[in-house]
Ligand binder design. Structure first.
Ligand code: ZN
Length: 242
């Protein structure tokens, strides 16, 4: 199986289409969406529709949850909140209905998807440290759990004896008997200092996982955001990947 793990698209259509362009060469057979289709960016309907059409597995993100009217937006910072309120005013009902029906967790083909963490997907707590990651291993079954949420790619492996180790942010081999908890990074708003889109690529045929970075035309996204009147710091951060 060759699966693309796509997370935190955040209404950034240019980034999503750049990522999609690479799928043919990679031989992607299955697209897995790890949450946050909307929020921050200017194209909530187009991104939601793309996910609806292309994702074989998909889960709810915290921005999807709020934009679909399932939670109060009070827990977000002012810029994120402004973008969610903008999204709620502009998104079509068909998109809202799709987001509202997303599950918090999905399990298929040895892969568990959750947006924030497998221990408590709806609590939206971040996995930032190796300790956070280790605590979450008992809360998924099978070899792989994929998360998003922090917009920072990271991978932790657990050997058959239960020892955890950080994996490289490039390509690493899937080892026999190991389990992996991977943050696949963000397609539409990377925050690790690199403005290029990030997604995960699991190739069980070759026995490896890769983080893939693809530059995209963020200036086009920025221009649309300006026209939409979205908050300036959200526009500027796309150029810096922070
Ligand atoms: Zn996000």
């Amino acid at each position: 199986m060759k699966a693309a793990l796509v997370s935190d698209v955040h209404s950034n259509l240019e980034a999503l289409l750049a990522v999609e362009k690479s799928f043919g060469d990679l031989g992607v057979e299955k697209v897995c969406f790890v949450g946050d289709a909307v929020g921050y960016g200017p194209d909530p309907d187009a991104c939601t529709e793309w996910i609806r059409q292309n994702a074989g597995m998909s889960v709810m993100g915290n921005h999807d949850f709020s934009a679909a009217g399932l939670a109060d937006v009070g827990s977000f910072n002012p810029n994120a909140r402004a973008a969610i309120l903008w999204t709620m005013r502009h998104m079509k009902e068909v998109s809202v209905e799709y987001l509202r029906a997303l599950p918090m967790r999905q399990i298929q083909d040895g892969m568990t998807l959750v947006h924030a963490n497998p221990m408590d997907p709806g609590g939206w707590n971040y996995i930032f440290s190796l300790w956070d990651a280790e605590m979450n291993f008992p809360f998924f079954e099978g070899p792989f759990c994929f998360v998003g949420h922090s917009h920072q790619p990271a991978a932790v492996g657990m050997d058959p004896k239960g020892a955890v180790s950080v994996q490289p942010l490039t390509t690493f081999p899937i080892q026999e008997g190991f389990r992996y908890l991977v943050n696949v990074g963000s397609v539409g708003q990377p925050r690790d200092g690199n403005p290029a889109s990030c997604f995960g690529f699991l190739d069980t045929d070759r026995g490896q996982f890769s983080f893939i970075r693809l530059p995209y035309d963020y200036r086009k996204t920025q221009k649309k955001m300006e026209e939409a009147g979205l908050p300036r710091p959200l526009i500027e951060r796309l150029a810096e990947g922070r």
